[in-house]
Design a protein around this ligand. Structure first.
Ligand SMILES: Cc1ncc(COP(=O)(O)O)c(C=O)c1O
Length: 454
């Protein structure tokens, strides 16, 4: 193996000799190319052979302002020459302090306390433990369970996976997990014929009420992905569900955990999805877009009320114990601050509205396609559901892997599309131009026809 050969072929071969990749059956790479990326530029990724791919999925929904964004890179470089990391117990630093202040300012009212973590799943672990521990400190050790929505995804560490309901990730590890109480999602795709999104939300809230009547005494929190259940297939629901959820959580004395890891930072059209329902959760988990896709970082925001349940003399043993070595990493905090500065300096949400409208217009004709059962959109997330039979909405058998064909077609035509099963979706960086969106859509349309013709 020639270590000076930096071609796609040579780097891929070296990779496959030692590296084990996430979310991958490695055997697939006997057919699916492993692509060594050497550079990013705006919404584009460039591989070792100089081929380009328009990143239609923001590199796992993280990227907001383009790859190798010069403003973010400069902030990161500057911070790296000052302080790269410091233990976050007993010590602090200005990037973390300023970031906490900024996040408290821009998130829904009442969220006053910021706990740092270093990835989305870790933030979920923190929120679950903190909710449980709150009730314990308040003398309610009987509250040990969580309510999650059908089709939800909150990450893949054991706690986060426990409150997730996507069989692909959960099934194998089920014997290791906590058992959540599942409430039916207000997912509009699963509604009755003729039912409006509001009616679906109202009906699902009724079902949640019944669950709470039975289980509130043993329940710490209800955890949801506000407005869009992403990994579960970009399933979407009406903001009324969140408004009703807030009221039910208050009525039944359980916490409301909003996992805005994927939908926060403008994805759904507002800075945070909860804003569209006018609600403040008890815990809000943020990651991904927090650093615009540059470095791993996460936070859990909560209320003074929750914080106070932990604040006591050391001897009371009420302190919240959850620590990661890289908690509050200064480089990541500084990058997050620069991300928020870009939101302040530029009309990001306004520009996104135009991009979202453009995507909507381009994809609307697909509604009449004989193998498309749904085209749905919330802000900068658009999903196209492919089916074998439109009238009965019968999905293609998973084993046919139609989505994989769309992915492979995309790579051959300069686009990174990564369907979730039979759901082709678009979640582009906010710097994508309308012409680039056209390229993504054109490639996806041709890729869909290619996959259907198999
Ligand atoms: C809603 C949601 N929660 C949690 C996570 C987990 O985040 P991470 O992949 O950083 O662990 C994800 C990741 O896709 C997510 O979409």
């Amino acid at each position: 193996m020639n270590k000076h050969d930096r071609s796609n072929r040579a780097l891929a071969a070296r990779d496959l000799r030692h590296v084990w990749h996430p979310c991958t059956q490695m055997h697939d790479h006997e057919r699916v190319p492993m692509l060594p990326i050497v550079r990013g530029e705006g919404a584009w990724l460039i591989d070792a052979d100089g081929r380009r791919y328009l990143d239609g999925i923001s590199s796992w929904w993280t990227n907001l302002f383009g790859h190798a964004n010069p403003r973010i890179a400069a902030a990161l470089a500057d911070q790296a020459t000052q302080l790269e990391h410091v233990i976050f117990a007993g010590f602090t630093h200005e990037p973390a302090i300023r970031l906490a202040e900024e996040l408290v300012r821009i998130t829904p009212p009442g969220l006053e306390r910021v706990f740092f973590a270093d990835n989305g799943s870790a933030a979920i672990e923190v929120a679950l433990k903190m909710s449980f521990h709150y009730w314990l400190n308040r003398g309610h050790g009987e509250k040990t369970r969580f309510i999650a929505l059908t089709g939800s995804y909150h990450g893949e560490t054991l706690g986060a996976l426990s409150v997730s309901d996507v069989a692909l990730y959960r099934k194998t590890y089920a014997p290791l997990l906590l058992t959540p109480i599942l409430a039916p999602s207000a997912d509009t795709y699963e509604g009755e014929p003729g039912e409006t999104p509001q009616q679906i939300a109202a009906r699902r809230l009724g079902e949640l009420r019944m669950l709470l009547e039975r289980h509130a005494h043993e329940t710490c929190a209800v955890i949801v992905e506000p407005l869009v259940q992403c990994a579960g297939g970009m399933r979407m629901y009406h903001p009324d569900y969140l408004t009703g959820l807030r009221a039910l959580c208050d009525e039944f004395d359980v916490h409301f955990i909003a996992d805005e890891i994927a939908v926060g930072f403008g994805r759904t059209g507002t800075m945070f999805a909860c804003e569209q329902a006018g609600v403040s959760p008890d815990f809000m988990c943020l990651s991904k877009g927090l650093t615009a896709g540059t470095l791993p970082l996460a936070v859990v925001l909560t209320t003074d009320h929750v914080y106070e349940a932990f604040y006591a003399e050391y001897s009371a043993g009420k302190a919240f114990l959850h620590s990661h070595s890289y908690t509050g990493n200064p480089l990541a905090c500084r990058v997050a601050l620069e991300t928020l500065a870009i939101f302040r300096d530029e009309p990001v949400l306004e520009r996104n509205r135009a991009l979202a409208a453009h995507l909507a217009g381009r994809l609307a004709p697909l509604r009449d396609h004989p193998h498309v059962s749904d085209v749905r959109q919330t802000g900068m997330i658009v999903a196209v559901e492919l089916v074998a039979d439109k009238a009965s909405r019968t999905p293609f058998p998973a084993g046919e892997r139609r989505g994989l064909e769309v992915y492979l077609y995309g790579l051959e035509h300069e686009a990174l599309l990564r369907p979730l099963g039979n759901i082709v979706y678009f979640m582009p960086p906010y710097v994508t131009t309308q012409a680039e969106l056209d390229h993504l859509v054109d490639t996806a349309l041709a890729g869909i026809e290619h996959a259907l013709a198999r």
